[in-house]
Design a binder for this molecule. Structure first.
Ligand code: ADP
Ligand code: MG
Length: 346
C-alpha cells in the first residue's frame, strides 16, 4: 500500500528496529513503521509484546540493538533523550506531590537552569493553554484526576516536543475516570496538532483513541490500520482473538474471522424466515448460554466446524432476539455471508 498511496509526512519512522535484552528472544524484532505527523497512534498488544520497549527506544530511555529511529527525517537513534524532540507522559501522570502545578510544569526548565521569571511565565502560559491557569498554585493532591492530567500534559509540553509518548497513561485510573480522561487526551491531541504515540494493552482504549492502531505480538507488528480496518478485517487469528467480538471458524478453504454481530442464526427445525439458503456456508450448533446485555443479547454456542467442536458467540439485537428467542439446548444453524468472512493469515 505504501507504494501507491501518497505518503503523509512521517513524524516518526522506525526502520528495522530491534531490541535484544541479554536473555531470550528479541523484545522488539526488526519492526518497520511510519507514524503520520499529527496523528494519534496507539501501540496495542498483550503484556510483554514489546510496546514499552519500543516507546522507550523512541524516547531515548533504552538503547537500540539495531535499526534506526527517524523523527521528521532526522536520525535520532543515538541522541540523548532531551535532544530528540520527544516528551513522555507516564502512568498516573507521576506529578511531584509537594510542588504546585506551576512548579511541576516548570520543573524541566529549572533543571536546564532557566531563570525563575522566564520558566514561570512559560509554565503559566501552558497552564492557560490547557485551561488550568487559575489553579496554578494548587498541589496535585488538591486537583481532580482530570486536572492532574492537564498539568501532566502541560509539563510534557514545556519542552516543545514534536511527539508526545504516553505509556499506559490511563491504566491506573478507575474505569469511569479512564473513559473521561481518554476523551480529553483525544481532544488535546487534535487541538494541539501534535503526534501522540500511546501504549496500551486495552483494545477498547486503542479503538476509542487511535487514528492508527499498531497491533504487536511477541516483538512483531501483526497489523497496522485504522480501528475500523483492524476490527473489521483482522489480519491474523491472534488479532481476531485479541480484539474480541469475532469468531474464528475453520473452513475447507482455511480459517476465517466473522464478527459475532454478523453471524446469522436460525433454528435447525425452522423451515421459514431465517433459514439459510441451501449451499450457503454454515455450521451446526447448540445454544449453551443466553446473556442479556441491553441493546444486544449475547448467545453462547457449542458448534462444529471443519476443525472440530468449539465455542462460538452471536450478538443479536434485542428486538431480533425478542422476535425469535432462542433457548438453552436448542439446535441451530449458524451461517455468514462471504463479505463478512475475513480470511486469516496462517
Ligand atoms: P510490554 O510493554 O508490551 O508489556 P515490554 O516492552 O515491557 O512489553 O517487554 C517486552 C519483553 O522484554 C518482555 O519479555 C520483557 O520481559 C522483556 N524486558 C523488558 N524490559 C526488560 C529489561 N530491562 N531487561 C530484560 N528484559 C526486559
Ligand atoms: Mg509496558
Amino acid at each position: 500500500m505504501d507504494l501507491v498511496a501518497p505518503l503523509a509526512p512521517a513524524a516518526v519512522e522506525l526502520v528495522a528496529l530491534t531490541k535484544r535484552y541479554a536473555q531470550g528472544a528479541p523484545a522488539v524484532d526488526n519492526i518497520n513503521l511510519r507514524i503520520a505527523s499529527g496523528s494519534y497512534c496507539c501501540l496495542l498488544g498483550p503484556s510483554g509484546c514489546g510496546k514499552s520497549t519500543t516507546l522507550r527506544m523512541i524516547a531515548g530511555h533504552e538503547t537500540v540493538t539495531s535499526g534506526d529511529i527517524l523523527l521528521e527525517n532526522r536520525n535520532i537513534t543515538t541522541l540523548p533523550a532531551a535532544a530528540r524532540g520527544t516528551a513522555m507522559m507516564f502512568q498516573s501522570f507521576a506529578l511531584f506531590p509537594h510542588l504546585s502545578a506551576l512548579d511541576n510544569v516548570a520543573f524541566s526548565l529549572k533543571m536546564k537552569g532557566v531563570d525563575k521569571p522566564t520558566r514561570h511565565k512559560q509554565a503559566q502560559d501552558l497552564l492557560e493553554r490547557v485551561a488550568m491557569g487559575h489553579l496554578a498554585q494548587r498541589k496535585p493532591g488538591e486537583l481532580s484526576g482530570g486536572q492532574q492530567q492537564r498539568v501532566a500534559l502541560a509539563r510534557a509540553l514545556i519542552t516543545q516536543p514534536r511527539v508526545l509518548l504516553l505509556d499506559e497513561p490511563l491504566s491506573a485510573l478507575d474505569p469511569f475516570l479512564r473513559i473521561q480522561m481518554r476523551a480529553e487526551l483525544r481532544r488535546w491531541q487534535k487541538e494541539l496538532g501534535l503526534t501522540f504515540i500511546h501504549v496500551t494493552h486495552s483494545q477498547e482504549e486503542a479503538m476509542a483513541l487511535a487514528d492508527t492502531m499498531v497491533v504487536m505480538n511477541q516483538g512483531l507488528i501483526e497489523q497496522v490500520g485504522s480501528p475500523h480496518e483492524v476490527y473489521n478485517a483482522p489480519a491474523t487469528e491472534f488479532i481476531a482473538r485479541f480484539m474480541g467480538g469475532h469468531n474464528v471458524i475453520a473452513t475447507a478453504a482455511g480459517k476465517i474471522a466473522v464478527r459475532n454481530d454478523h453471524m446469522q442464526i436460525a433454528s435447525a427445525g425452522d423451515g421459514g424466515i431465517g433459514k439459510p439458503r441451501s449451499g450457503a456456508p454454515g455450521i451446526p450448533g447448540t445454544i449453551t448460554d443466553v446473556e442479556y446485555q441491553g441493546t444486544y443479547v449475547l448467545l453462547g454456542l457449542q458448534a462444529q466446524d471443519s476443525a472440530g467442536a468449539k465455542g462460538i458467540s452471536v450478538m443479536l439485537p434485542e428486538a431480533a432476539y425478542t422476535a425469535q428467542p432462542f433457548v438453552l439446548g436448542e439446535s441451530v444453524h449458524l451461517s455468514w455471508t462471504d463479505r463478512h468472512a475475513h480470511a486469516l493469515a496462517a
